[in-house]
Write a protein of this length. Structure first.
Length: 413
């Protein structure tokens, strides 16, 4: 299989059936709707202007591009809508390396040639993000090709397979036409997505968050630095922002909305579902540096008379975050906190075992108005994974997780 650098292909002369030179390659285009990797069209600069040569009409690449399609039949080259032009859209542009979990700049592209039915087929194989591509472009036309290739062989390649590349497109209309969805990025851990997003320019961050589904976007937003987090939400329209905020952990969502201008917070709240809106308004009433300001209102609680079987059934249907299920709380008919059972005990017990017999002692809880410093001390003293937050009547209102304490400590570093 032969390999061509995109920058070697650009400027290559094009010859028609009779062997007459018609022009030279100005651009190489993909049509992502049809094939994300296969070269579909060469845009050729001719004396009569730019023309589009379908790659299916190319008979040979070596020693120049040769075609069996008369130049008179080539379409006008002005209409490149819906195409990804490799030179214009990728060279010197930033892309996301989902394998390396970082943002990189494209220096060149490696194109792989195959043969299908005695016709060449050209596909994008990888993206060159190392010095080889930069040096090739810098010295192209300055030193003889043979000498340049000898020099490049001495430089270790640094490339990313095309399958591991996610494109960044800030224009919403082009994102749709080019079918850019960031599916590969969405498979990464939220913390990795956050690291990548923080490397991008503001309009690029917005573009990425517009294409991620709400659940993935919410997880990533929780991991982003507060300043960047605020900027992202302010850049999104209220409906989209509300969809993402609804999927966030309630305590994280409340912290975010607390840091936004009051008018912007109100706009987002109005777009939220009634139940989520009520919950968020209640959380926003608490001071940020209190236990209630840190608590999560999505927790797992069962009746004090429940068995292990009942608890496991509740666990199966629980839709909250995984970090909150390390402890299952027991409440009476009034919602009063009656006990706490570590998940490990539930897993090891028989289904008919009463949950009350598995409670850990002492039962540790904190009041909603407790200071963050006191909350952190409780976690440290009792090695807690979660801490129940109760109101003045000992009613369970939320839980604080170890993740919340880690975030608190990081903020104070």
């Amino acid at each position: 299989m032969l390999t061509f650098a995109l920058t070697e292909l650009l400027g290559t002369p094009v010859f028609d059936t009779a062997g007459s030179r018609c022009g030279k390659v100005r651009e190489v285009a993909l049509v992502p709707q049809e094939d994300r990797a296969r070269v579909a069209i060469l845009i050729v600069r001719t004396s009569a202007g730019d023309r589009m040569l379908p790659f299916g009409s190319v008979t040979s690449i070596n020693g120049g591009i040769r075609t069996d399609a008369p130049a008179a039949d080539w379409a006008n080259g002005d209409g490149a809508e819906g195409m990804l032009l490799l030179g214009r859209d990728l060279l010197d542009q930033q892309v996301i390396d989902v394998f390396g979990r970082k943002v990189v700049r494209v220096n060149d592209l490696d194109l792989l040639q195959e043969s299908v039915g005695n016709r060449p087929v050209l596909k994008v194989g990888s993206v060159d993000v190392g010095p080889r591509g930069a040096i090739r472009r810098l010295l192209k036309g300055v030193v003889p090709l043979v000498a340049l290739r000898a020099l490049l062989r001495q430089i270790p390649p640094r490339s990313i397979p095309w399958d591991f590349v996610d494109l960044i497109e800030t224009d919403p209309a082009r994102r749709v036409k080019l079918k850019i969805s960031h599916e590969r990025l969405a498979r990464l851990h939220p913390a990795d997505i956050a690291d990548i997003v923080e490397e991008l320019a503001p309009d690029e961050r917005e573009a990425v968050f517009e294409t991620l589904n709400e659940e993935v976007a919410a997880g990533a937003l929780e991991e982003v630095e507060p300043k960047v987090q605020k900027a992202i939400v302010e850049s999104l329209d209220s409906e989209r922002a509300a969809e993402i905020v609804e999927e966030m952990e309630p305590d994280a969502a409340a912290d975010l909305l607390e840091n936004l201008p009051e008018e912007r917070t109100s706009e987002i709240l109005l777009e939220m579902e009634p139940q989520e809106r009520r919950e968020m308004v209640e959380l926003l009433e608490f001071k940020e540096n209190t236990a209630a300001g840190r608590m999560n209102t999505e927790y797992l609680a069962v009746n004090v008379s429940a068995t292990v079987h009942d608890a496991i059934e509740a666990l199966r249907h629980f839709e909250g975050g995984v970090e909150t299920v390390s402890t299952i709380y027991l409440v009476d008919s009034h919602g009063t906190l009656a006990g706490a059972v570590p998940l490990a005990k539930v897993v090891l017990a028989t289904p008919e075992t009463p949950m009350l017999s598995l409670t850990q002692e002492p039962l540790i809880s904190t009041r909603a108005g407790a200071k963050e410093k006191d909350v952190a001390e409780l976690f440290d003293k009792y090695n807690l994974l979660t801490l129940a937050v109760v109101d003045d009547n000992k009613k369970l209102t939320g839980v604080i997780t170890s993740d919340d304490i880690i975030s608190l400590l990081r903020a104070n570093l």
